[in-house]
Write a protein that binds this ligand. Structure first.
Ligand code: GLV
Ligand code: MN
Ligand code: MN
Ligand code: MN
Length: 422
């Protein structure tokens, strides 16, 4: 039998779908372009504007807000204490930052739905068994500062895996950008949550793939989140004049990088060492038509549910790059931006999400996530659950990213019901 949330069915509060949709619309204009794309890279000016807007809208709703040293924004009905909460608490949220020219929903949807849930609980005076805390994790995408999952890694205490003086691709220090966002690089330890300080973390997100749409389902219950390794590769050669330097003896890092890009594709496509492998970012210096480049940097993103597969793919790539460096007489340096294994969501939270969907008469199905999420990092310290809603045409990280309004509202309803069941 389905356990009813607190109160009888007709006293259960409902989210204000129209208010949520309006809010999503307002936030999509922060860093928004004509074509519907959003560029709100972590710790950029647009990101700061979105964070400030979140804080002001939460306060206008009578809620309390705070920012931790890692730059994560929290919203709650009473003051958030990282170390020793007086009552059990549930964390719900996602991230407000986006990739370059991404969509309006990836991340922001989960944060704004979290705010809607909290606002709805506060307005209806609903007493919950746990304190509900909404979080907007800082720099989940790592688009500007190449440390994806920055905020959740801080919260989960993975400080050793973070660089001590992070910089963006142009060499600008995170220290300053973080301070502008209300954080403090010297005090990250104060932002770490103890493993027993949170009963569960729930993240509502657009699927970003085609599965739910194909199945005709409004809700997905995530059972696992893909493992992922992201590297930044720097190839240094010898710059020169395109017209006067003979082909013989050139040490062109871009030609070397071109070979490297093909070998990244091969990892997944031919060698099947991992599920997918992508080079999505590449920067050429000097980037001038009549100059042989001196330096090229690019990202490598490889994903698989099997950690052995991920490790094998990384190892194979490192061997290929070493060989390439020798053959083309260039220097190749590799930095690890992030390494995370596949993570399973919590069985009990999965059950509660499915029961919440059933309460609402919404069909759902268990499914894996091929995208990365803060939930996979928070899983270090707490049980995590994820709710997916369908993505139109299965696309994301592009301006065309969309989800039907009724699905956006349904996801928020399921989030609210799940919170009430805990
Ligand atoms: C998330 O944005 C990812 O890259 O999977
Ligand atoms: Mn994303
Ligand atoms: Mn996301
Ligand atoms: Mn992401």
């Amino acid at each position: 039998a389905v356990r009813r949330p607190h109160g009888t069915a007709d006293t259960v509060p409902h989210v204000d779908g129209a208010r949520l949709l309006r809010r999503i619309d307002r936030f999509s204009r922060i860093g928004g372009a004509e074509d519907g794309g959003v560029t709100r890279m972590g710790f950029s000016e647009a990101d700061r504007e979105a964070r400030a807007r979140l804080v002001s809208e939460a306060r206008a709703a009578g809620l309390e807000t705070s920012v931790d040293a890692g730059g994560n924004v929290f919203i709650s009905r009473s003051t958030v204490r990282p170390k020793s909460p007086a009552r059990p608490r549930i964390l719900i949220g996602s991230h407000l930052d986006t990739v370059a020219n991404g969509g309006r929903l990836d991340g922001a949807y989960g944060v704004l739905a979290g705010l809607e849930v909290l606002q709805c609980l506060a307005e209806s005076g609903t007493v919950t068994g746990c304190d509900v805390v909404v979080v907007a994790f800082a720099n989940e995408e790592g688009a500007l500062f190449p440390q994806p999952f920055w905020g959740s890694m801080v919260l989960a205490g993975r400080l050793d895996a973070l660089p001590s003086e992070p910089r963006d691709h142009a060499g600008r220090p995170l220290r300053e950008a973080l301070a502008l966002a209300g954080g403090d690089l010297s005090d990250l330890a104060s932002a770490v949550w103890a493993p027993d300080s949170v009963v569960g973390y729930l993240e509502l997100h657009v699927e970003q793939g085609p599965v739910l749409e194909r199945l005709g389902l409004p809700i997905g219950v995530v059972d696992s989140i893909t493992g992922r390794t992201q590297l930044t590769v720097e190839v240094t050669g010898v710059a020169g004049h395109a017209g006067t330097s003979p082909m013989e003896g050139r040490r062109d890092p871009l030609v070397a990088a071109a070979e490297a890009v093909l070998s990244v594709e091969r990892l997944a496509r031919e060698d099947r060492l991992c599920r997918v492998a992508t080079v999505g970012w590449l920067e050429v210096t000097a980037n001038s038509p009549n100059t042989i480049p001196g330096c090229v940097r690019f990202s490598v993103d490889i994903r698989d549910s099997d950690s052995a597969g991920l490790a094998a793919a990384e190892q194979a790539l490192r061997a290929t790059l070493a060989d390439l460096a020798e053959r083309r007489e260039v220097r190749i340096a590799i930095e690890v931006a992030v390494r995370t294994d596949r993570v399973r969501t919590d069985p009990r939270l999965r059950q509660e999400i499915a029961a919440a969907a059933a309460d609402l008469g919404l069909a759902c199905e268990a499914m894996p996530s091929g995208a990365g999420h803060d939930a996979q990092v928070v899983a270090d310290i707490a049980p995590v659950g994820m709710i997916f809603v369908p993505s139109v045409d299965g696309v994301s990280h592009v301006p065309a990213e969309r989800t039907a309004p009724e699905h956006l509202t349904a996801g928020a309803e399921v989030l609210l019901r799940t919170v009430l069941r805990l």
